[in-house]
Design a protein around this ligand. Structure first.
Ligand code: PEP
Length: 251
């Protein structure tokens, strides 16, 4: 069976002190959880300090983005080796905010993903439609485009280190969660796409997280759906009690 994975995406929040306080609280609350993969994704500036606290714990460290070149004149970018150096085991790529505000294309997401995998990171790849696309009946086409484009050229073996996150953009930070049925419908569709791209066994093993206003009070019903294997959590991951409750709700 697929092991649940709950990841907190802190986005552009938390100074080093705030990050340390949050992660110390999470360690206290989640110390005895061993049936869920727990991931936190602080901003770049707090990675090393959070790593000091999580390196011997059940909480794994993720970055929020990575560049595909190894080093050089790429002002503002960070490489896979740098993230590993800071203690990261994971990285998120293709988040809708990156696609929306920083014009990230599937091609760029694919390059980031390949570089991260080559350097030994596990990668959370985000896909999802905006409201207008859902309302005009294009959700499935958008998901297909994101999945196929982002995973272009990957092998079955590569997929051992890939987690997909379905994040309907209309549900991110809006308080509007997709219903468990809406989530399941797309997750099942994604698994079908993975079967077409790779094979049945690979598709059955890949974990697909749901993201979009996940809270302690909706995690359980989402997790009950067959193809929902975890959550990528934004707002509610910034609070010790709510993130801990979401992790516990995923067991
Ligand atoms: C996210 O940005 O990945 C996210 C799911 O945010 P929120 O939980 O705040 O909707």
């Amino acid at each position: 069976m697929r092991r649940p994975i709950i990841a907190g995406n802190w986005k552009m929040n938390n100074t080093i002190n705030e990050a340390v306080e949050l992660v110390n609280g999470l360690k206290r609350e989640l110390d005895n959880i061993n049936s869920v993969d727990i991931v936190v994704s602080p901003p770049f500036t707090a990675l090393s300090d959070v790593n000091e606290l999580t390196m011997d714990s059940n909480i794994k460290l993720s970055a929020q983005n990575v560049y595909w070149e190894e080093k050089g004149a790429f002002t503002g970018e960070v490489s896979t080796a740098m993230l590993k150096d800071a203690g990261c085991a994971y990285v998120i790529v293709g988040h809708s905010e990156r696609r929306q505000y920083f014009n990230e294309t599937n091609e760029a997401v694919n390059k980031r993903l390949k570089a991260a995998l080559a350097g030994g990171l596990k990668v959370i790849v985000c896909v999802g439609e905006v409201l207008e696309e859902r309302e005009s009946g294009k959700a499935f086409d958008v998901i297909k485009d994101h999945v196929q484009g982002s995973l272009q050229g990957l092998s079955k073996l590569d997929m051992n280190n890939v987690i997909l996150a379905y994040e309907p953009v209309w549900a991110i930070g809006t308080g509007k969660t997709a219903s468990p049925e809406q989530a399941q419908e797309i997750h099942q569709y994604i698994r079908g796409l993975l079967k077409d791209i790779f094979d049945e066994e690979t598709a059955a093993e890949i974990r697909i997280q749901y993201g979009g206003s996940v809270k302690p009070d909706n995690i359980k019903e989402l997790m009950q759906k067959e193809d929902v294997d975890g959550a990528l959590v934004g707002g509610a991951s910034l609070n010790i009690d709510s993130f801990s409750a979401i992790v516990k709700g995923a067991i």
